[in-house]
Design a protein around this ligand. Structure first.
Ligand code: FES
Length: 139
């Protein structure tokens, strides 16, 4: 299960940069790169710095605390591409000037699937990776 939330207007995100928004109790970093919008968890998977405050270059955001770099498109840790460590990603769509982010409702606040015995398994709760990626906008 998931819910789409309107988080910002296109003009709220400077081209080539990110901004952080609180959505349904989660901090989400939203980036505008090459006329597309991407959303990842704002919390750096290393020690929790705000990735939305990081510098962005060539589709990578640099964490402001220890300079680890993450891909804003798929959340991968670019300094160690084989590592399973990554920033959680969120599906995005743009309607007129509104940026909407899909927030799974079957995850805990830390982005992990619920451990409920009668809930979906971790595999079933995993988002469809094909739904991830930038949402182009046409302004
Ligand atoms: S908190 Fe982000 S690299 Fe350390």
């Amino acid at each position: 299960m998931s819910t789409w939330h309107t988080v910002a207007k296109i003009q709220d995100i400077p081209a080539g940069a990110g901004r952080t928004f609180c959505v349904d109790g989660k901090l989400i970093a939203v980036f505008q790169i090459d006329d597309a919008i991407y959303a990842i968890s704002d919390l750096c998977p290393h020690m929790g710095a705000s990735l939305g405050e990081g510098d962005v270059e060539d589709g990578a955001v640099t964490c402001p605390w220890h300079a680890w770099r993450f891909c804003v498109k798929d959340g991968s840790w670019l300094d160690s591409p084989k590592s399973p460590l990554k920033a959680e990603t969120y599906a995005v769509r743009v309607e007129a000037d509104d940026i909407l982010v899909e927030i799974p409702t079957d995850r805990d606040a830390d982005g992990q699937p619920h451990d409920s015995a009668d809930g979906p398994s971790a595999d079933e709760a995993s988002p469809d990776e094909t739904s991830r990626g930038g949402a182009p906008h046409g302004d």
